[in-house]
Design a protein. Structure first.
Length: 185
């Protein structure tokens, strides 16, 4: 008995007072609980758990319903024009006519015809541009308006050899062309 007593005494006085001993005791208890649970639970079914995935995706929304997203695309406001001013389509038409110019138009005449229909920023960008570099074309259809806000819209003017894209702004109800882009076909 003295050997058993010495072993218990050493276990209580030395091993269980050290960190390593406490960690070893906790590990033995955890593995003992896990082993006992497996013995009591019985054999494991191979078809249960992650191996039995659904054949079709799990959906939480009925696909036949309308968009239920939090972020909805707002309907763009229709452009607002101050009374007595040109509409965006009229401004775009006059700008396109001035932009395409005609034979024999000087740079100064071309700039002067665009100035009342352009923002100061666009007028500055077009300073020094030679109208001879503008492609010779004729309008091939009615302009298409893409309203973005009440004071910003995009107008697409079809030409016989491409498309003229104009961005118009109306900070105070008077529509002016702010950007010009030429797309060849």
């Amino acid at each position: 008995m003295t050997a058993m007593r010495r072993a218990v005494e050493m276990l209580v006085t030395r091993v269980l007072r050290s960190r390593l001993g406490v960690a070893l005791l906790i590990a033995v208890l955890v593995f003992g609980v896990i082993g006992t649970a497996r013995l009591v639970a019985g054999p494991v079914d191979a078809t249960s758990g992650l191996s039995s995935r659904p054949r079709e995706p799990i959906t939480t929304v009925d696909p036949s319903e309308a968009d239920d997203g939090v972020i909805a695309t707002p309907v763009p406001e229709s452009p607002r024009t101050r009374t007595g001013e040109l509409t965006p389509e009229q401004t775009a038409g006059r700008f396109t006519t001035a932009w395409l110019g005609g034979p024999g138009v000087t740079a100064d005449e071309w700039q002067a015809s665009l100035r009342p229909l352009s923002t100061p920023a666009l007028t500055e960008k077009l300073a020094g541009v030679d109208p001879e570099g503008v492609p010779v074309a004729k309008v091939a259809g009615a302009p298409t308006l893409r309203a973005r806000t009440a004071a910003f819209t995009e107008v697409l003017v079809p030409l016989e050899n491409g498309r003229l894209r104009l961005e118009l702004v109306a900070p105070e109800g008077r529509w002016l062309v702010d950007a010009v882009d030429w797309e060849r076909e």
